[in-house]
Design a protein around this ligand. Sequence first.
Ligand code: MOS
Length: 741
Amino acid sequence: MAPYIGTATSRIDGRAKVTGAAKYAAEINVPDLVHGSVVVSTVAKGRIRSIDTSRARGVKGVLDVLTHEHRPEMAQSAEAYNDDVAPGGTPFRPLFDDKILFSGQPIAIVLAEEYEIARFAASLVAVEYEMHPHATDLARELDNAFPLKDDSFALEPSKPRGDAGKALAAAAVRHAGDYYIPIEHHNPMELFASTVIWEGRGKLTVYDKTQGVQNVQRYLCSVFGLKPNQVRVNSAFVGGAFGSGLRPQYQVVLAVLAARALKRSVRVALTRAQMYGLCYRPGTIERVALGADSDGKLEAITHEAIAMTSQLEEFARKDTIWSATLYRCENTRYGHKLARLDLPSPADMRAPGAATGMYAFECAMDELAVALKLDPLELRYRNYSERDQNSNLPFTSKELRECYAQGAAAFGWDKRQPEPRAMRDGADLVGWGMATGVWEALEMDMSARIVLTANGHAEVACATSDIGTGTYTIMAQVAADKLGLPLENVSIKLGDSSLPSSPVEGGSWTAASVANAIAMAADATRKELLRLAKKMPDSPLARAKPGEVALTDGKIVNKRDGHAAVSIADAMRHGSVDRIARQAATGTREHDSYARNVHSAVFAEVKVDEQLGIVRVTRVVNAVAAGRILNAKTARSQIMGGVVWGIGMALHEETLVDHAFGRIMNANIAEYHVPVNADVQDIKVIFVDEPDAIINPMGIKGVGEIGIVGVAAAIANAIYHATGRRVRDLPITLDKLRRTA
Ligand code: MOS
């Protein structure tokens, strides 16, 4: 039987998804379901002076309207609203009091027999506000930005090295620039929604769009004073989330509030516009300065990030740590400041901190290469580091050199003419740019359970989510290989809080964590099967030790002698066992003596209409080193998705706030631009070989986030190469290109 691990296996849940058999949170139907429609604030800051729900209540079919003045009990203390991945501060409490903290804040929920009735009645809720002055413009709040403490998560563990100021002043060649990444929204296809089934006697079954069912379960228990056995949270399918579903979002609170108020089952689904009131990638200014000697050896790096957060919480991610890690440099200094704005709290969005920080750093490296008159790839080679510069540790594995080499070869980088505006295709200027990508290879505590039945079927269960990344499929591949079963004999259960424990699915840590947990559970299953096989009369495995046998083709086989084998079914039948259940947990592995990252090299080609400034990304090669690739097909899809998003980040995406009102102007996917088919041309994904015997037993690193890192920089650098114009604030729209003459 061919091994499944590593092969291009189609999603085992693909058919269910394309046929509609897969049910999402807003598609769970039960009799007498109540529908909620959310009313959100139209001002950014102040308090609710009055909220009149009488007209809404007068609509036939309306059951109730909940507000901060009229709702079931919720926890008082802010701490009760902390979830597993909450940043420091005071979490938002929906319908808690009369305070308005941001435009788009939920202030009421109208509950009705039909969704259309709820939505219409919601338009009749009359609100009077006491308005307070608000601040939503990062550029105007820079003087009020406060530095993160040196030991904060966002900076830790980077510490200054040498004397960056002095080294920068003394450097033969310097570049300094401020780069800007605007607010971006996740815009997953599936809207945030929760269907709460009222099971009676205070018991709830919650279908929620989330990246972490157990996180939501713990959160709901804390907010509503429930016991874990009173709340079960399901999220079997997630239509994209990209970090927006890491924390419980307000619709689940409102749905549970409503179910408790009415003692009925309730659905709350947000509108696309309301999705813009949840969370976002924080707009960030990245200040980078680089100094090098005349050969291009880096002498100094300084990198400061100034990002936005809310009045509630202090959200920050590691924007500057990558410049501290990646290239050899003796003199470095990093800083990170936050400015408070009257907006919802920012949140993780695909490769948080790296997508932004590395955009700036890798553009700065390109500008340094220009100043040095050096090929930008050559500049990376000259500063290549075999050790994590920050921790001064070697890597469990690092095949970035191979990424550069294979990516450059596939792209044809050696044919690049270095001068800007030197390459043309008819009326178009052609530009080639490149950048490095880097992300962490993490692993978390995770449990998996295997139940093997004598008919040769295995059910594998873990509470993790599959946010579209392919988790169902890689779980099945690993289990099938380790148990010696055909893939179709393995069924996967996930996204249910009653299953073996899992943290939120994020940080690209799920594949490594769940695969190693399944492998451990399979090992335990194999040991039990061997124990049973040994008891059989004249057992050919009588003397075999657990390490000497493998499960293959439905049999327990001596690895050195294929004829010494017992079928799994026979072993179980002789032992009078019809099922074997084994659960195992991986721990968060600490590698005190190794650094652990994934890397990539991104090469991009753009064609720019010289008259109009229209940019098209015609080719991208993304060469990735991410340890063992479990599924060549779903992994490639992850990288392609990251590249597409990188195109959006470079050219399209920008949430625009009308600062007069403190309100998002383009809260829809007509005016919030994302790449469409016509914007996505030739994308080539390369996985370089990266065996890693240290990082974890299966050598897995994860691919969920690395695909976006460096893409926007490679495109920005290509645009410079095409046009000779450097636009540092994203997105690079044609008006900016024409301004930057
Ligand atoms: Mo990811 S931004 O940790 O879902």
